[in-house]
Design a protein around this ligand. Structure first.
Ligand SMILES: *Cc1c(COP(=O)(O)O)cnc(C)c1O
Length: 373
């Protein structure tokens, strides 16, 4: 039986895996990537250790400590970490089921809740375009003008996507933050970048230190370790193999990648990122994943596994994932009921396999699919 995975570097097919593992990066790859991004998104580009560091720099460029930043109530811990690192306050907005993003209704609610209860001065808004599904940009832009909010675009899920009016994501806000982490739309295992479009008020320190050798080695070999895990899972040893690698720190869980504003991207990652940016269509990363909402998700996932579909690396299993960090966030569940519900029902399907191959998985999911209203 063939197995299909979400995660474990399953998006690295033969040639791509070899190119990644043996890539030789040079200093000029950093320079070229930086110039490419500066031109594509029309601003000053900085290359960073990861996406959360990029997002932190974007926030520090336009806002002050204590400012409230509106954020999608369905996201990953990295986003929360960036807001905290910038000493700002997350204002969570609920999502809708159609695109997993906030909309003007949930934004209004989040803002009026804040004004009634906490009174944090809200200055910014992070657009996430969850899983590559874009927000209704004309409505959101009107809203931000009315409330005097500065937009930051988080491109972790959506590089190359277009809004309904044809404008490309990353060209609209004051800044665009990119992640090149595992399974992001540009995936070099780690790395990130930020493009600052507007004049920024505070002086941003350019990340100048070289990456740690241990981090670069981990990024270099993760796709190989993942491929071995996928192979071993046929004899039920894939899980043990990955647990050992995590234990000896040869593999780092994505959520644990440390935020560090001082370090640059690795040279080989710059080279691979540039390659993917130039071949976006070939890499076919929009949408990044498709999703279905199901009742009784544990049952669905276990049935899927029995048929060879390992789809448990979910975005997102909690309104702010992963679960092990969720408590720390103190997420206002009663303000974001849809996010809570979606997080308990969502199943992600990878877009790097042929749709045809996923038909048996769709059959399983269909039986449990949430009633369409
Ligand atoms: C993963 C992710 C990031 C940041 O990722 P890093 O792991 O720090 O590279 C930012 N925003 C979203 C929505 C993400 O999913």
């Amino acid at each position: 039986m063939r197995h299909y995975y979400l995660g474990l570097a399953a998006n690295y097919s033969g040639g791509h895996l070899l190119r990644h593992t043996f890539a030789i990066g040079r200093e000029r790859d950093r320079t070229i990537l930086q110039q490419y991004l500066a031109q594509k998104y029309n601003g000053d580009a900085l290359l960073t250790k990861n996406g959360r560091s990029a997002l932190t720099l974007a926030l520090k460029a336009y806002f002050k400590p204590g400012d409230g930043i509106v954020v999608n109530g369905f996201t990953c811990y990295a986003v929360y970490e960036a807001i905290k690192a910038a000493k700002m306050v997350p204002i969570w907005a609920d999502i809708n089921k159609d695109n997993l993003n906030f909309d003007t209704k949930t934004l209004s609610k989040a803002i009026s809740n804040n004004n009634q209860n906490r009174g944090v001065p809200i200055r910014g808004l992070i657009i996430q375009n969850s899983l590559g599904n874009v927000v209704n940009i004309s409505e959101i832009e009107n809203f931000t003008k009315k409330h005097n909010l500065t937009i930051i675009e988080d491109l972790a899920h959506c590089v190359g996507a277009k809004y309904a009016d044809g404008r490309e994501v990353g060209t609209i806000g004051a800044a665009a933050a990119l992640s090149f982490g595992k399974e992001k739309s540009i995936d070099t295992i780690s790395g990130g970048a930020v493009v600052l479009h507007h004049p920024y008020y505070s002086k941003i320190e350019v990340p100048g230190k070289l990456p740690k050798i241990s981090d670069t080695l981990r990024a270099r070999f993760y796709p190989v370790f993942g491929a071995v895990a996928r192979g071993l899972s046929h004899i039920y040893l894939g899980g043990i193999w990955m647990r050992i690698l995590v234990k000896i720190h040869w593999v780092e869980k994505s959520a644990d990648n440390k935020l560090d504003l001082t370090r640059k991207i690795a040279k080989f990652e710059a080279k691979m990122a540039l390659d993917q940016l130039k071949n976006l269509r070939e890499h076919n990363k929009v949408p990044l994943r498709t999703y279905r909402l199901v009742e009784d998700r544990p049952q669905v996932l276990s049935t899927l596994r029995s048929k060879g579909f390992y789809f448990d690396g979910l975005w997102y299993e909690k309104p702010v994932s992963p679960e092990r960090y969720y408590k720390k966030v103190r997420f206002p569940e009663s303000d974001c009921p849809v996010a809570v519900e979606v997080a308990s029902k969502i199943i992600n399907l990878p877009t790097y396999y042929n749709k045809k191959d996923l038909v048996p998985a769709e059959e399983v999911i269909k039986k449990y699919r949430e009633e369409q209203k």
